[in-house]
Design a protein around this ligand. Structure first.
Ligand code: FES
Ligand SMILES: [Fe+2]
Length: 408
């Protein structure tokens, strides 16, 4: 598509070439051109990156994965459903979460975030579709019943009494590290652990630089399992060229060590990863980086990069929308003094590697007992660690896949 700047510049040149025309036309079009170029420059250099990618539209093998010993689809734990800036006071958002429809809203008076089952107990309207925040309550768009943050109906227009059943489920919510997290447990037990506060993100000392959302058909476990799959790093995430001689002698060398948390943080795992540029079998001086990866529960993978241009943090979160449908989000924070153009350049590289993973996840099947080789030792450790997030009554993949919901 030809950019708008081209047409404005063409118009300016044309009106400038017609002596009879008022000079005002030239001045206006030239001014517009300068503004457009300034805007493009700001987007390229200074504005955060915000993108979304729907891999489901590109096919996938979700239906091929239902049979067999696929683990339960909904692990117990904290999951990121939104980031704080996506839910300003008075705003309402729908959320697909563990095969359910939820609604999130932020009160206008207290600024507190609440997450409720989305369907109104009165006649079933979706509170997230045209629902409005009134004070600290959410008003149903159909007949105006209002629900507070606990899910209790607090007001019915023109009625003094409120039926005892006028109550919708409220989910445990936590605002931490700029994320809005919702706790899921199949038995509805309260949270048994809390994600650590990362001061520099929680206090907003670090700057938000980029966010990308990905919708992927995959089992939730496959996404964090990537951190234990060291063997794929040197193959899938190779340098972006494919020239045989160059590829053989100039590459990125990845190493990783996957370690589950101890008795103080059994819901966590820690993975230092090193990357080095290697030329003719020799590591190039200064061209290496160590990344600390922390898994917190079943759906939060937090990266810490110490790069030559400053410290950066990357949050990769996965939240099951349905049995084999994952919303994966990638968010980057950096020190406020770092040049944003550089952090965005770095982010684009990281986001590209996630897209490479998404292509694999979106089309692969799940093996309960894969053919492991010696280099896959961390995968076994990971799967044992991840199994703590299922419990006796966890919904099976088979039951979740035929939950009785109808698309209509
Ligand atoms: S359906 Fe919500 S108030 Fe009637
Ligand atoms: Fe990967």
């Amino acid at each position: 598509m030809i950019p708008l700047e081209f047409w404005v510049a063409l118009f300016a040149a044309l009106v400038n070439g017609i002596p009879e025309l008022d000079r005002m036309w030239f001045k206006v079009s030239f001014g517009l051109l300068v503004l457009l170029l300034a805007y493009r420059f700001w987007v390229a250099v200074a504005a955060p990156i915000v993108t979304s990618h729907n891999f489901v539209e590109h096919g996938g093998g979700a239906t091929k994965r239902v049979a067999g010993k696929t683990p339960p689809p909904y692990p117990n734990g904290w999951f990121c459903v939104l980031y704080q800036w996506e839910l300003t006071p008075g705003s309402v958002k729908t959320i697909q979460f563990m095969g359910k429809e939820l609604v999130a809203f932020r009160g206008k008076e207290t600024g507190v975030v609440s997450v409720l089952d989305a369907y109104c107990p009165h006649l079933g309207a979706n509170l997230g579709i045209s629902g409005r925040v009134k004070g600290d309550c959410l008003e149903c768009p159909f007949h105006g019943w209002r629900y507070d943050g606990s899910g209790q109906c607090a007001h019915i227009p023109s009625q003094a009494t409120i039926p005892a059943q006028a109550h919708t489920r409220a989910w445990p919510v936590l605002e931490r590290n700029q994320m809005i997290l919702v706790w899921y447990h199949v038995d509805e037990t309260p949270p048994t652990w809390m994600p650590d506060v990362i001061d520099e993100v929680h206090s907003k000392a670090m700057r938000f630089d980029a966010k990308s959302d990905y919708l992927v058909q995959a089992h939730v476990q496959e996404i964090p399992e990537n951190t234990a799959d060291v063997a794929h790093l040197n193959v899938l995430h190779h340098l972006p060229w494919n020239i045989p001689i160059v590829e053989d002698h100039f590459r990125v060398d990845w190493q990783g060590w996957w370690r589950p948390g101890d008795e103080n943080d059994p819901h966590c795992a820690h993975v230092p990863v090193t990357q080095a540029l290697v030329l003719f079998g020799k590591q190039i001086p200064y061209m290496h980086m160590t990344t600390q990866i922390h898994l917190i529960g079943p759906g939060l993978v937090l990266y810490l990069f110490e790069t030559p241009v400053g410290r950066m943090r990357l949050f990769e979160t996965v939240t099951p929308a349905g049995p084999l449908l994952q919303k994966v989000s990638l968010v980057m924070f950096s020190k406020s003094w770092t040049i944003r153009w550089l952090t965005k350049w770095f982010y684009r590289g990281v986001a590209k590697t996630l897209s490479q993973d998404c292509w694999i996840w979106n089309n692969k099947t799940y093996y309960d007992k894969p053919t492991f080789s010696k280099g896959d030792r961390y995968l076994l450790t990971f799967r044992k660690w991840y199994s703590q997030f299922w419990s006796e009554r966890s919904i099976s993949m088979r039951d979740a896949s035929r939950s009785g919901t109808l698309e209509w």
